[in-house]
Design a protein around this ligand. Sequence first.
Ligand code: G1P
Ligand code: ZN
Length: 544
Amino acid sequence: MNIQHRSTRPFSDQRPGTSGLRKKVKVFQQPHYLENFVQSIFDTQTDLRGGTLVVGGDGRFYNREAIQVILRMAAANGVAKVMVGQGGLLSTPATSCVIRKYHTQGGIILSASHNPGGPDEDFGIKFNVPNGGPAPENVTEAIYRRTREIDSYKTLEADDIDLDTLGSVALGELQVDIIDPVDDYASLMQALFDFDAIHQLFNSGLFQMKFDAMHAITGPYAKRILIKMLGAEPETVINGTPLPDFGGGHPDPNLTHAHQLVELASGPDAVDFAAASDGDGDRNMILGKNFFVTPSDSLAVLAANAHLVPGYRRGLAGVARSMPTSQAVDRVADALGIECYETPTGWKFFGNLLDAGRITLCGEESFGTGSNHVREKDGLWAVLFWLNLLAVRHQSVATIVREHWKRYGRNFYTRYDYEAVDKDAAEGLMDHLRSRLGDLPGAALGHYKVEYADDFAYTDPVDGSRSERQGIRIGFEDGSRIVYRLSGTGTEGATLRVYLEAYAPDPAKHNLETAEVMQPLVLIAQELAEIEQRTGRKEPTVIT
Ligand code: G1P
Ligand code: ZN
């Protein structure tokens, strides 16, 4: 076989963000663009030479083409074996599972998560390290540095290989194993959850569920696990075929984008349980009959009930939540006598805690929940966890959550996003808040008395690394909070996120509407940060 050294030029815009390198498909289609980034992975991750690499994606437009490029380059760069999901498909958590199970030297995930797909939409590439998690900053920085100096890449002169037939084929010296994308992940789920109990729940005829795969990666996973293994009705999975453009939708499981599912869980004929996952399968949304479970509450409920699930029967080592996630799980940790870590936003901060065995469960308010079973958040895992609880507690979603509130109090929660705000205005707003931090403690804002105000900083308890300026926290004496931070994933201008949490220990208040409870805090948050004066925005772009 003929290995070619093709000359190329460096690109200056290939710095991976927290979720890898994400760009429009058109950008990735530029000559050598994808190749530059992939060669930079091979040049810096030298264990891949002679090693094994996992490759798969969420099935979006350009997924198959990108995989063929990567396979030819892996062959030319001396990789011994690549494991590829059949059809080029592998969810993000399944990739993490396969990397860990087969002790590979890493994996490449092709996805732009919940961003739309199609020729004019987004594509992305991300490298995961041998623990199964996203590459830490020193790795992504090294890859980025390499993308800026590279002048050639290696590839093999060879035809495309068949990605759809299971089995092993040779590409030059490289062994390519086309693996079933679901098998390993499904076995892991079976090892964690009580499949017999869930099977009985579906068999009872008294329980109806809908799972919305949003025409993204989780379709094949949900069909195999929910329908084939657990006996759910075939109609349980909707939008179950992965499409390159996700059917024109926005594969983000929230109340806005998963509206079809929300309708199925609303009204007198609502199903008992509904759930959705995103483009690459790492996010989740949980709904009961006419009942939305906030991701923050979901994490708290899973932690409080983990002992009911086989995989977590022996208890939790600890839990972690991202800083803006509500403090509901903190109260559970307190009751369990375990540590609760508050980390900066982004899944990567959980990796060290998981690897060190300090935590078992973790989550973010942004529809991400997970555990030590992989090193990514995991959408279907959260759904199966809930199914397991429903099956053994014989109660509805709403009852389980309401009982939780009764015991721990309710953390009402809402997030206001101001998208595409002028960058300087957004930074000015944050600086202004920072300048006021010293005056706030002890101040009365409406009915709320400020207990503390700071710019969140985190020292990783495992490696001692320090992350500063992670968002402004204003904590009130009654346990309520306002948090401000600028998004690290937005693509246009700046996105200001305002997270509001009102703590209500009194059960008499638990049935109030979230919007109503939040109103006083919303006004305080808007005034304190001078949002309208500084950004010109009276209202947020999105409320979740
Ligand atoms: C957002 C979420 C964050 C999540 C990240 C990647 O980041 O808020 O929790 O980890 O996407 O999915 P942000 O845009 O807020 O920086
Ligand atoms: Zn995702």
